[in-house]
Write a protein that binds this ligand. Structure first.
Ligand code: 26V
Length: 761
């Protein structure tokens, strides 16, 4: 089938679709997608050349139809066909996202797959085909988050192929299930390269029971039952993936496994799939009769581990009772690795006492990150500062004995989705000066620098205005909230977490509000503050923060004093598709995590590419963003990691609260009855800031410490927006300096520095 034929077929499909209601759209979506699948002829993949396998519990793919049509080079044609037959060219906006992930880690995996196919290497993803993806967020009357299940399959799944003949049996000590692969093509942009995303679905094995392993993304793991289910999920997809990768190798190369790592590299996305290591060792020993040492060495040559967080509560450790109950052989292998490690440490001269910092078996728990660092050939962090923290603290001891293991690969984003698809006008404006080459090579962006003239600035301002109008219309349609596109759009979108400091943001807005009530801030430029993000269903404080922001919005939006000058919107159900509307519409990108806590961030890069200034701290990739785009074009404030480390031990926010009356007034709204607090959740937040809790000191994330610096910086930004063209220049400078933040660059570095795969283009 050629492209012309495909387009004729699509034309026919659209023409014959009679019903133009939402059922009609869903059926069009399925028919067109299936036709594309025929065209792609997606029969599966082999292992003739070196291949990287990306194991991840999460793939946050978003909506696939537009990006696939774009990669195939028929997006515009298809939209024209739709219009010709009386459909809206954007009618597929009614189709749900593939939301099989939580946030940055899952979206990064999706960007990497896109880049792998586009730069033309064999890079395949392996994960879980959750029946229900990330919950849908709705706000109740009082502004609290409620979760609704995400039944994404009601729209159909036309991009997946179920491969019955490649299913695997997964055996636990107490039960067994079948893992059935659903393969999705990953289509390279304009190069005919097709890779694969393989998602495993659990089904009862003959005569067995259904454990519901692939039912939900991240089940609540606060109970033992939840923890067991999560461990089962990890083992389920890790083991199925390892087995299928090994089988493909054998089919191509026979059962001499000594060359396995020359053809296969496995990237572990955080510690979630680390159990794949012990699985491979066991398979090699039990099914190929290899010795433990041979098996461990083989694993060492093909596994690599990426760390995505330094938050202690996210570092996985499995209780040996729980682990031994369902995977006793894995526990035994982990113990063997631990003993082998201890022998190596003693040979390297490490004293017995120092060895506790390395132990894979930490008394009664298996420490997954240590297992990964010990076995893997390479370990990487995801931004310069994050890798530095791994080197200097988290993995410091390890690097004494394995100095070469750690490297940095700063995250990136795919410009296909995050510019071309979501902001075609800005893409076109840039392309009008330097051509379209940057769609495959973002580093070409820098060539535009000498061509930024007054005309370009005019056009940039127009494009930004248009994006803001579109977002305003969308929010009005979705939530019935009216916002004014002529105001400054200041956007804070990401998962809700204490360390990301949405509280700092809302405190500062309340401060502005009180100033206005007191008759101040006469020159303040009207601003719309936009929040978006989900809180984990069991994360009480994050949910309290959402409710608080929504209540503050109610107060401020309805007060004539601030009306027209301050407006707050918390967009409901922030997801990939919503993000595609928000990033292009921003003037300011809010990235205000406590220094040293955000591993990288990738939303910061999406804002940058779309021409927003960063209002942020020296944390994660913000540092590299500002380094490239110029500090003078961004708004950086607050304590850096050195300062945080210096003050941490002696930090006490109480004197600050007492000395700074205005700060006291703002923070006081959590407990003084300004807002109703029937469940006590706001009071709990107040306590966390002022008294701490059993597990942390007061104001653990230095919100109060950075408050004044943030206000000052935010006001400076606000002032600067008064000079429209100089401010636009700053925005443009950010956009055109984003060349290095492409996931194409990141994946090339993985290929080159970790996988040993040559990229020939
Ligand atoms: C760990 C666990 C463990 C137990 C159950 C639930 C759960 C959920 C998440 C995690 C770790 C998540 C780590 C993560 O998402 N890191 C983010 O990775 C992004 C891509 O590298 C990076 O840009 C963000 O800064 C970082 O927070």
């Amino acid at each position: 089938m050629n492209k012309e034929k495909l387009l004729r077929d699509i034309d026919e499909i659209v023409q014959s679709q009679k019903g133009k209601d939402s059922d009609g759209i869903v059926s069009l979506y399925n028919e067109i997608s299936k036709k594309c699948m025929e065209y792609i002829n997606f029969t599966g993949i082999g292992n003739e050349t070196k291949t990287a396998h990306y194991l991840s519990m999460e793939f946050l793919m978003g909506r696939m139809i537009d990006s696939n049509l774009m990669a195939m080079g028929i997006l515009e044609d298809t939209r024209r066909i739709l219009e010709k037959h009386g459909w809206d060219r954007r009618c597929f906006e009614d189709i749900d996202d593939y939301a099989l992930g939580n946030g940055g880690l899952g979206r990064l995996a999706a960007c990497f797959l896109d880049s792998g196919a586009t730069i033309g290497i064999n890079l395949h993803g392996y994960g879980i085909r959750y029946k229900y993806g990330l919950f849908k967020q709705v706000f109740s009357e009082d502004g609290a988050q409620k979760e609704k299940e995400d039944d994404w399959q009601v729209f159909g799944d036309p991009w997946s192929v179920r491969r019955e003949d490649e299913k695997e049996e997964i055996v636990f000590a107490d039960a067994s299930v079948m893992a059935v692969p659903y393969d999705m093509p990953v289509i390279g942009f304009g190069n005919k390269k097709i890779n694969m995303l393989r998602l495993w679905q659990s089904e009862p094995s003959a005569g067995g029971t259904d454990l519901g392993i692939s039912d939900f993304l991240y089940p609540d793991d606060s109970t033992d039952q939840g923890k067991t289910l999560r461990l089962r999920q990890q083992y389920f997809f890790a083991a199925a993936s390892i087995r299928s990768i090994m089988k493909k190798y054998m089919k191509e190369h026979g059962d001499d496994v000594s060359c396995f790592s020359e053809f296969n590299q496995i990237q572990l996305n955080d510690t979630h799939p680390v159990i794949a290591i012990t699985e491979m060792i066991l398979v090699l020993m039990k099914e190929y009769g290899k010795t433990f040492d041979f098996a461990a060495r083989t694993a060492g040559r093909c596994f690599n581990y990426t760390n995505h967080t330094v938050m202690p509560e996210a570092l996985e450790k499995w209780d040996t009772v729980l682990l031994g109950g369902i995977l006793p052989e894995h526990l035994a292998i982990a113990r063997k690795l631990d003993r082998r490690l201890c022998r190596e440490l003693s040979r390297a001269g490490e004293k017995r006492k120092a060895r506790v910092n390395y132990r894979i078996m930490e008394r009664d728990r298996l420490h997954m990150a240590r297992l990964a660092v010990y076995v893997c050939g390479h370990v990487n962090g995801v931004s310069e500062i994050h890798t530095g923290i791994l080197r200097d603290s988290l993995f410091r001891d390890w690097l004494k004995i394995y100095p070469g293991k750690l490297l940095n690969i700063t995250n990136g984003i795919t410009q296909r989705r995050w510019l071309d698809l979501c902001n075609p006008e800005l893409f076109g404006l840039i392309a009008s000066r330097i051509g379209e080459g940057f769609v495959r090579d973002l580093s070409l962006l820098k060539n535009i620098r000498p061509m930024i003239d007054e005309g370009f600035i005019d056009d940039f301002i127009k494009v930004k205005q248009a994006r803001k109008r579109e977002l305003a219309e969308y929010i009005a349609k979705k939530q019935g909230i009216v916002i004014d596109p002529s105001t400054v759009f200041d956007i804070h979108i990401k998962r809700i977490h204490e360390y990301k400091r949405q509280l700092l943001n809302i405190f500062s807005i309340l401060y502005l509000y009180f100033e206005m009530k007191d008759g101040g801030l006469k020159d303040f430029r009207p601003t719309t503050f936009i929040f978006g993000g989900k809180a984990a269903a069991g994360y009480k404080r994050a949910k309290a923060i959402i409710k608080y922001i929504n209540m503050a919005a109610g107060l401020i939006n309805n007060d004539p004093v601030s009306n027209g000058r301050l407006r707050i919107v918390f967009v409901e159900n922030y997801n990939v598709s919503y993000a595609e509307k928000l990033f292009p519409a921003a003037d300011a990108s809010v990235q205000i995590s406590t220094a040293g806590t955000e591993a990288s961030g990738t939303g910061n890069m999406k804002f940058m590419l779309n021409g927003a200034v960063t209002l942020g701290t020296m944390d994660g990739a913000n540092i590299e963003i500002v380094e490239r785009a110029g500090r003078e074009n961004n708004y950086i404030f607050g304590a850096d990691t050195d300062e945080i480390n210096r003050i941490r031990e002696s930090y006490d926010p109480l004197p600050l609260l007492l000395a700074d009356k205005k700060l006291g007034r703002v923070v006081g709204t959590l407990s003084d009855g300004t807002f109703e607090d029937d469940d006590g959740s706001l009071g709990e937040l107040y306590g966390a800031l002022t008294e701490g809790a059993s597990w942390h000191r007061p104001d653990h994330y230095f919100v109060l410490h950075d408050f004044r610096a943030f206000i000052e910086c935010r006001l400076r930004l606000n002032m600067d927006t008064a000079d429209e063209r100089p401010f636009a220049r700053k925005c443009i400078n950010n956009s055109i300096s984003a060349g290095e933040f492409s996931s194409d660059r990141a994946v090339r570095q993985y290929a080159d520095k970790i996988w040993g795969i040559t990229v020939n283009e």
